[in-house]
Design a protein around this ligand. Structure first.
Ligand SMILES: *Cc1c(COP(=O)(O)O)cnc(C)c1O
Length: 610
């Protein structure tokens, strides 16, 4: 049985395998390969960042439907609202789809910095919410007032008392509309996952109970109580268990009820932050999620309803700021494989002599006669012979040519046996396969395209997009083209990745990295000056698909400009270094110069594949 790379675990039905390829499971279900080939036919090389807007639409709808269903089923009386946290992916093509698909729900935006606030002010449809988290100075707070003046439905969430004091000052100083005020609370219950620091008593953010009471006093004293509308918490990203979220909800729900009791008359919303997780695992044993979205929605609604009912408080509106859940699935990185490192171990590379040492003749025989019923025995024999041949080489009884033949033959025997043994390999054979990992060199940079792999050891689903009718037998480790040993995804026996044995001289091989639409694009590192891959946005319809947008990777000159070099200066320096006297004639110098210029306008990825 060919492998399905855990599609059932992580793909949420977004992708399916048909024939030998991965297809996008939507409308006309095109294969990813078909799209990649079309893009490459335009002369584009290097990695491709494929974006599928319909998956953003799907996620937004699923989010709203899950909460609205839970509200219905629990006879909950508050409303569900949501904002998209910009930090998860601010790129225009992604954001455009979020705005478009979110319009019918009044899906808003969350900003965590000055630049994000400006983006939110420009892009949020009037009426949809803007929330502002993170540390703010007086200028940023003033921008919040300007947003309110523009009639934006904006809430500034204060992270500390100092920010509230600034809001009070700006309100007194300016004649501008006053934004709504939210307060982030510091919970006792800690967070979860790799970002556990986002909550708990030592977290970077939020007000303690004492500070909360002081904030309440300040708001009252300055007649701003009617602007205090939201209570906020956020327990961290990729929250893999539901328990910490429930604990946080109980704490926040009770604080909300107390504030209502002491007179927070305009307070009407609990913002539960983000953190809903995405399944990245390809193996059952590595699954991370212990809840579904509808379970989370039900828990949130149920917990808050119980608290409010028991304390006699009206049900608050509920807001979420989940981001990873919304954008992770819509982006895929596709990289051509440039090289398999044991490429030379092919039958046609053998240099057999008219007469060979007896052990080599035997290896030829073993390779020739290998079949399912004898493969383990022949494999053992082959490995034995290899040991003997290496000793013979050291003693000078066989030459380099014999040694090369031995290596190739043993490699062929191992490869064939692994294929013949199939899935249920004895442990000893499994170990052998791990030791003989194949290294696949991919045309991309892990630092640029999956920085969380480098920073957090985050695993992403990886699979070939074709050849899926063949058995993948090579234990694989992946190397990127940066000159950094961290640019390697090693073979992990506890979550093994097997890939195909492909002769790249004859056919191409493309690997896809899935679920990379959250956080990876702006966290990207231009290590070794590799730029953002070529971005392609594809709309799929009932009959076919359309490449809506194609933003080519930065050229080498553009990449240098990004780090403040003057491209004019670089070009003229190169020009001056090509001296007339070093060329036999003028034309040759001219040709060399134009070759050089052409090189500078291409992107920095390799062009070696067809
Ligand atoms: C990062 C962040 C989010 C988004 O978290 P996800 O895990 O992507 O859902 C939401 N709210 C706040 C305050 C954040 O800092």
């Amino acid at each position: 049985m060919p492998s399905s790379y855990g599609l059932k675990i992580w793909a949420e039905n977004n992708f399916i395998i048909k024939d030998d390829r991965v297809h996008i499971n939507y409308k006309s279900t095109p294969s990813i390969l078909q799209i990649v080939e079309q893009i490459r036919s335009k002369g584009i090389r290097g990695p491709i960042l494929l974006k599928l807007p319909h998956l953003i639409t799907k996620q937004i709808r699923t989010l709203y439907n899950s909460f609205e269903k839970a509200i219905d089923e629990n006879s909950y009386r508050g409303k569900f609202r949501a904002v998209y946290p910009l930090k998860v992916n601010q790129y225009p093509e992604t954001l455009k789809q979020i705005i478009e698909s979110g319009r019918e729900f009044e899906y808003g935006l969350e900003a965590g910095s000055k630049a994000e606030l400006v983006l939110a002010m420009a892009q949020t449809p009037l009426g949809s919410a803007i929330t502002v988290n993170g540390f703010k100075d007086e200028e940023m707070i003033t921008m919040g007032f300007i947003a309110a003046q523009m009639r934006h439905n904006i809430t500034l969430t204060i992270e500390g008392l100092g920010e509230l004091e600034s809001i009070i000052e700006v309100a007194q100083k300016r004649e501008l509309a006053i934004p709504n005020i939210g307060i982030r609370i510091r919970l006792h219950s800690g967070g979860s996952g790799a970002w556990a620091k986002s909550a708990g008593m030592h977290s970077k953010f939020g007000l303690t109970s004492t500070e909360l009471l002081e904030a309440f006093r300040l708001l009252k004293e300055h007649n701003l109580l009617d602007k205090f509308t939201m209570l906020h918490f956020h327990i961290g990203s990729q929250v893999e268990e539901i328990a910490p979220l429930k604990r946080a909800l109980r704490e926040a729900g009770n604080i909300y009820a107390e504030l209502k009791k002491i007179g927070a008359k305009s307070l009407k919303c609990i913002n539960i932050g983000g953190g809903l997780s995405v399944e990245y695992a390809q193996h059952n044993t590595k699954r991370v999620q212990n809840y579904t979205l509808s379970e989370a929605a039900n828990d949130v609604i149920y917990v808050l309803r119980e608290i409010m009912n028991s304390k006699g408080v009206e049900h608050p509106d509920i807001m979420t700021e989940s981001g990873r859940l919304i954008t992770a699935s819509h982006a895929i990185l596709i990289t051509p494989v440039l090289e398999l490192f044991s490429h030379d171990y092919q039958e046609h590379s053998l240099r057999l002599k008219p007469t060979n040492p007896p052990l080599i003749e035997e290896l030829v025989e073993l390779n020739h006669l290998l079949k399912r019923s004898n493969c383990i025995e022949y494999l053992h024999d082959g490995l034995d012979h290899m040991e003997s041949l290496l000793t013979l080489f050291e003693l000078g009884y066989i030459d380099l040519c014999d040694r090369s033949n031995a290596e190739i033959l043993v490699h062929l025997i191992i490869k064939k046996s692994l294929y013949l043994i199939g899935k249920n390999r004895p442990p000893e054979i499994e170990k052998l396969s791990e030791r003989l990992q194949e290294r696949y060199l991919v045309n991309g940079s892990f630092f640029q395209s999956i920085p969380d792999f480098w920073g957090l050891n985050q695993k992403f689903p990886i699979m070939p997009i074709h050849h899926l009718d063949q058995r993948a037998i090579r234990a694989a480790s992946l190397w990127d083209i940066t000159c950094d040993s961290d640019g390697e995804i090693g073979f992990d026996p506890s979550a093994p990745l097997y890939l195909h044995d492909i002769d790249l001289d004859k056919e191409e091989y493309f690997l896809a990295f899935f679920n990379i639409g959250a956080y990876q694009e702006t966290l990207a590192m231009s290590h070794n000056l590799f730029s953002r891959p070529t971005e392609v946005v594809v709309d799929i319809d009932d009959n076919s698909y359309v490449i809506r947008e194609l933003n080519e990777a930065y050229s080498i000159l553009e990449t240098l400009e990004k780090i403040n070099y003057s491209s004019d200066e670089i070009v003229s320096k190169l020009k001056n270094r090509l001296k007339e006297d070093d060329f036999s004639d003028k034309q040759e110098k001219k040709d060399t110069l134009s070759m050089c210029k052409n090189f500078l306008t291409q992107n920095g990825y390799l062009r070696t594949t067809k």
